[in-house]
Design a protein around this ligand. Structure first.
Ligand SMILES: Cc1cc2nc3c(=O)[nH]c(=O)nc-3n(C[C@H](O)[C@H](O)[C@H](O)COP(=O)(O)OP(=O)(O)OC[C@H]3O[C@@H](n4cnc5c(N)ncnc54)[C@H](O)[C@@H]3O)c2cc1C
Length: 477
């Protein structure tokens, strides 16, 4: 497997690409390519020899066969919302970006099998909408769902706000169609829930961040539509109370909790400062908040009443200090706007050292206390933006840039701060990447934290499937 940058694509290979996708399917214009060469956060900027936008699986297959023949590096791309630099090319200018955005066919909707088969370029929101038309729920939901695509979400094994109830993307994928690095078609759109016929190879493609092939379509699991919902924002005394509130809510709601998110006050303040229309629904500020949602497919489930009872019990047990219970969908959306506004507010607020980590839910309070203490010792007065899917044991644990520090000093400290956070994650048996992936951002951390035997197995798989290293080079391993 080659580790050196891919060579410059020869003119006749580029001509072949142009013929495969037709006049509307390619560009070398810098203005047209620009949105595909930088990431959502503006942290990574690359260059490309060409942008390709195939419309069919056969076009993707012919592109990959050509790339394999000429040893051309390909960067598969969906909505380009990656938060770890996985979706943009490197700086050589020799890589070719393959955007799946024009692959948009809904191939099959099967309400009785609770399944939908779609091209990789549909957005998460579009698949949610298609499922809703037949009374079904596609539950993967995250802040970028209007832009993030099925192929990208599978390739990052995306999580989001409903993992607690429905699992992450890996649990929702029943089948995958993909083009492997040698141009072979991996056709496995079975829609089966049971299939024990040897290695389940689609699992390798899920979460591979485009390093093992290009996903062209998927069969996804659906669920009954939710007909009753209840949403509340509760002020809680701290992370320990939040975890206990979650346990209480799961039990008292017959496990109807679909989302359980935690947010620290400084994080909320960022949203109120930077996202127009977001205001504090409670009369006074508190240190910590939990956003709770219950959902049920039965319309007669009185979930609002149940959530009210849960909050009342929690108040009695000092697990909740105050709360706002949404009276209708509009009010629920207002509460969710606060949560979904966080990434945008952070982006507007400027530099922070970001971590997307997980530890077992039960260990979360001790992890948070230990990590905040160690950071305070290291940078007295440090400010943290902590929020995320605590119900899944997953936090976005971000350290804000502190005042009176030069760019150079901050760049130096960045690594030390992250090492400190990741050391605590390891102490508590956690993961350095819960849902965003590895990309470029966490390659070094992965190399230094994953057992060498597992890394070796990953490298063997990569070199077996992609011996020339043409698929998204420089990412993950
Ligand atoms: C505001 C915001 C909120 C977010 N919230 C969450 C969240 O709650 N949970 C979460 O998990 N993530 C979240 N993300 C991260 C991101 O949205 C997800 O990782 C998403 O799944 C990426 O989808 P995409 O189509 O944008 O993929 P891209 O960013 O285009 O690509 C991501 C990776 O997948 C590869 N890839 C893309 N398409 C294909 C394909 N067809 N075949 C093979 N490889 C492919 C790329 O090469 C890259 O490695 C958020 C991002 C933003 C900007």
């Amino acid at each position: 497997m080659t580790e050196t940058p891919a060579p410059k694509p020869p003119a006749d290979a580029l001509e072949r690409f142009r013929r495969i996708v037709g006049p509307k399917g390619w560009s070398t214009d810098q203005d047209v390519m620009a949105p595909h060469l930088s990431d959502w956060r503006g942290a990574y900027h690359g260059a490309a020899a060409m942008l390709l936008k195939p419309r069919t699986t056969d076009e993707v297959r012919r592109i990959v066969k050509t790339a394999n023949e000429f040893n051309i590096a390909l960067v598969p791309q969906g909505g380009n919302t990656s938060l770890c630099g996985a979706s943009v090319p490197g700086s050589s200018g020799n890589e070719v970006v393959v955007s799946l955005t024009r692959m948009r066919t809904i191939r099959d909707v099967d309400p009785l099998n609770y399944a939908i088969t779609v091209d990789a370029g549909l957005t998460l929101q579009e698949v949610q909408d298609e499922a809703a038309k037949v009374g079904r729920l596609f539950p993967l939901s995250l802040g970028a769902e209007g832009t993030a695509e099925i192929g990208g979400a599978i390739s990052t094994n995306a999580g989001g706000v409903n993992v607690l109830k429905y699992g992450n993307m890996r649990s929702l994928v029943l089948g995958v169609e993909a083009v492997l690095p040698n141009g072979d078609l991996f056709a496995d759109l079975t829609g089966l829930r049971k299939d024990n016929t040897g290695y389940d190879l689609k699992q390798l493609l899920i979460g591979a961040e485009g390093t093992l092939g290009i996903i062209t379509a998927a069969t996804l699991a659906l669920f009954p539509s939710l007909k009753a919902n209840a949403t509340a924002l509760a002020a809680v005394p701290g992370p320990k109370a939040a975890v206990e509130l979650l346990a209480l809510a799961r039990e008292a709601s017959s496990d109807h909790v679909t989302s359980f998110e935690i947010m620290a006050r400084p994080t909320l303040d960022l949203v109120f400062q930077h996202i127009p229309g977001c205001t504090d629904p409670l009369a006074k500020p508190y240190d910590w908040y939990a956003l709770i949602e219950l959902g049920s497919p039965r319309s007669h489930d009185l979930l609002r009443r149940r959530l009210e009872d849960i909050l009342t019990t929690a108040l009695d047990k000092n697990l909740v200090l105050d709360g706002a219970l949404a009276a209708n969908v509009a009010q629920a959306n207002t509460l969710w706007r606060i949560r979904h506004g966080i990434p945008e507010a952070e982006k507007k607020a400027g530099t922070a050292i970001k971590h997307d980590i997980s530890v077992p839910v039960s260990k979360m309070p001790a992890f948070m206390q230990a990590t905040a203490g160690a950071l305070e010792d290291f940078i007295p007065g440090v400010e943290l933006n902590v929020f995320g899917h605590i119900g899944d044991g997953n936090l976005h644990y971000n350290v804000r840039r502190w005042p009176d520090i030069t760019d150079e000093e901050f760049a130096e400290k960045r690594l030390e701060v992250s090492n400190l956070v990741y050391a605590k994650v390891q102490d508590f048996g956690g993961s350095i990447s819960a849902e965003h992936g590895i990309g470029v951002l966490k390659k070094d951390v992965l190399a230094s934290t994953k057992p060498v035997e597992i890394l070796n197995a990953m490298r063997l798989i990569k070199s077996a499937l992609d011996p020339k290293g043409i698929m998204n080079p420089g990412k993950v391993i």
